[in-house]
Design a protein around this ligand. Structure first.
Ligand code: MG
Length: 457
C-alpha cells in the first residue's frame, strides 16, 4: 500500500524520526514544521494522512486540525494527532477538533503503522467515491460535495455487544440522549442483529468469557451489509496486541477501559460523522449514475442508456437463439399539441404517454425516450407476432381515453404510430434492426397514423 503521509512537528528531529520509519515502510513522506505550512501542503498536494504534533508555537495542532476539517477541500483527509502525554483531555480536545486518531509520544511502531494503514484504506475508499461523484458534473455534484456532510442533528443508531451487565449499564448511562442504543449480550445474536438493522456504529466488548471478539469483527467486515459500518472495540488494559490485530482486520477505533465518557462520545461522533459523509457520497454517486441514464421528464431510460444496452441485448439473443423485438413509437402530430397547449402541455402529454407505455410493457423490456416525442421499447424473448400485439395494445390504450392536462384537466385526443421489427435468423445487426423498425414507423405514418406496422421477421 503506497500513500503520501504529511508529518508535522515543530522539532525537526521529531519529523526526521517519523520520516525514517515511514520511508522504511515505503510510504511517501512530506514534512512541515508549522501549522500554516501544513495547511498549505494539504490544500496543494495529494496528502493521504496527516500526522500532526499537538504542541507547536503560534498555531497548535488543535487549530491546524480544526482548519483542515472545516475546509471542504481538506476535510476528508484523515488526521492523527500526536500528543506528548496520554492525556484524555488532549485526546478529547483533538476529537472535538475533528481528529481521526491519536498516537502518544514516544510513538509505538506497530501502532503507528497499523493506524496509518487503516486510515489510508479508509481514505482511498473516500477518494474513490469523491472521484466517481465528481466525474459527472451535470447535476450540481460540486454543490453536493462542498456541502457540510457532518450533520450531527440526528441521534446515531448504535449497537453494543457486551455480555457484562455492569459494563452495559455504565455505557447506557454515558450515552443516554447521545445515541439510540441497542444492546445484545450474545455475540452470535449481535452478528445477526448488526446485519438486519442499519446501525451507524457497532461497539464490541473484548470481554467475552467464551468467544473471540475479533471473529465477530472479521465476520462483520466480510458481510456486504455490514462492510462499511464503523466498529469500535472496547478493550482492556494490556490488550494492545489484540487491538493491533483488530485494526488489521478493519476495526475503526478502540477505547481502553475504564471508559471515559467524553472520550467515548467524541470517538463515537467521529465514526458516525465519517460514515455519514461516505454514505452521502455513495448516494450521490448512485444518483449521478441514475440521472445519467434516465430521461428527466418521463423517468424512462434515455437514449444514452439504450445505445449502451441494445447491443448487449441483441448479442445475447443471437447467442442464445432467442427472439428479440423492438418497437419505435412516435406521437402523432405532436407539434400541433405543443402549438395549441404550450410546451408545458406538451410535457404533460409526454409524461402521461410514458405512464401508459410503462403500464403495458414487462419488467424485462427496456423502455426509453429516444428523443422528442419518440420512444423505443426493446423486448427480449419476444417474437414479432407477440410484439405486434403489444404494440397494438399500446396504440389502443393511447387512443381510447383522452389525455387530461392542465389544472382544469382539459381533454386532448392523442394517437400514436408504431413500427415493429424483430431480429432475423441468419445475418442481422442492431443498425439493420432499428432501420426496419424506422421504416415500419414511416409506413404507419404515411398510411394514416394511429396504427401499427410490423416488418415481418
Ligand atoms: Mg511540538
Amino acid at each position: 500500500m503506497t500513500a503520501r503521509i504529511l508529518v508535522v512537528d515543530d522539532i525537526p528531529a521529531n519529523v526526521r524520526l517519523l520520516e525514517v520509519r515511514l520511508l522504511a515502510e515505503y510510504f511517501e513522506v512530506l514534512t512541515a514544521t508549522n501549522g500554516p505550512d501544513a495547511i498549505e501542503t494539504c490544500e496543494n498536494g495529494k496528502v493521504d494522512v496527516v500526522l500532526l504534533d499537538v504542541m507547536m508555537p503560534d498555531m497548535d495542532g488543535f487549530e491546524v486540525c480544526r482548519r483542515l476539517k472545516s475546509d471542504p477541500a481538506t476535510s476528508h483527509i484523515p488526521v492523527v494527532m500526536i500528543t506528548a502525554l496520554d492525556q484524555v483531555s488532549d485526546r478529547v480536545r483533538g476529537l472535538e477538533a475533528g481528529a481521526d486518531d491519536f498516537l502518544t509520544k514516544p510513538v509505538n511502531d506497530l501502532q503507528l503503522m497499523t493506524r496509518v494503514k487503516s486510515l489510508v484504506r479508509l481514505k482511498s475508499l473516500t477518494d474513490e467515491l469523491r472521484l466517481r461523484a465528481s466525474t459527472t458534473r451535470n447535476i450540481g455534484i460540486e454543490e453536493l460535495l462542498s456541502r457540510n456532510f457532518a450533520s450531527e442533528d440526528t441521534t446515531p443508531k448504535v449497537l453494543l455487544i457486551d455480555e457484562r451487565k455492569s459494563s452495559v449499564e455504565r455505557i447506557q448511562k454515558m450515552l443516554r440522549d447521545r445515541a439510540d442504543l441497542d444492546v445484545t449480550h450474545d455475540p452470535h445474536a449481535g452478528f445477526f442483529q448488526a446485519a438486519e438493522t442499519s446501525y451507524e456504529c457497532v461497539m464490541i466488548s473484548t470481554a467475552f468469557a467464551d468467544f473471540d471478539p475479533l471473529r465477530l469483527c472479521s465476520q462483520l467486515r466480510s458481510l456486504d451489509r455490514t462492510r462499511f459500518v464503523p466498529i469500535i472495540l472496547l478493550a482492556e488494559e494490556g490488550e494492545e496486541e489484540r487491538i493491533i490485530r483488530g485494526l488489521e482486520l478493519g476495526i475503526n477505533d478502540y477505547l481502553m477501559r475504564p471508559i471515559d465518557q467524553q472520550e467515548l462520545t467524541a470517538r463515537l461522533r467521529t465514526q458516525v460523522r465519517r460514515k455519514r459523509y461516505n454514505d452521502q457520497l455513495r448516494a450521490s454517486v448512485t444518483q449521478t449514475i441514475e440521472m445519467a441514464v434516465t430521461d428527466g421528464l418521463t423517468g424512462l431510460h434515455n437514449r444514452r442508456y439504450l445505445d449502451s444496452h441494445l447491443q448487449t441485448l441483441f448479442d445475447r439473443a443471437v447467442a442464445r437463439r432467442r427472439p428479440l423485438s423492438v418497437m419505435i413509437t412516435d406521437l402523432d402530430r405532436f407539434k400541433a399539441i405543443n402549438d395549441a397547449h404550450g410546451h408545458d402541455g406538451g410535457d404533460e402529454v409526454l409524461r402521461e404517454f410514458a405512464r401508459r407505455l410503462r403500464k403495458n410493457v414487462r419488467g424485462i423490456d427496456l423502455a426509453c425516450r429516444f428523443g422528442g416525442e419518440e420512444f423505443v421499447v426493446v423486448m427480449p424473448d419476444t417474437e414479432g407476432a407477440v410484439a405486434e400485439k403489444v404494440a397494438e395494445r399500446i396504440r389502443a390504450e393511447i387512443a381510447q381515453a383522452a389525455f387530461a392536462i392542465g389544472q382544469d384537466g382539459k381533454a386532448i385526443e392523442v394517437t400514436v404510430s408504431v413500427g415493429v421489427s424483430s431480429v432475423l435468423k441468419g445475418v442481422d445487426t442492431v443498425a439493420a434492426l432499428m432501420k426496419r423498425a424506422d421504416l415500419a414507423l414511416y409506413e404507419a405514418k404515411s398510411g394514416g397514423r394511429n396504427r401499427v406496422v410490423a416488418k415481418a421477421a
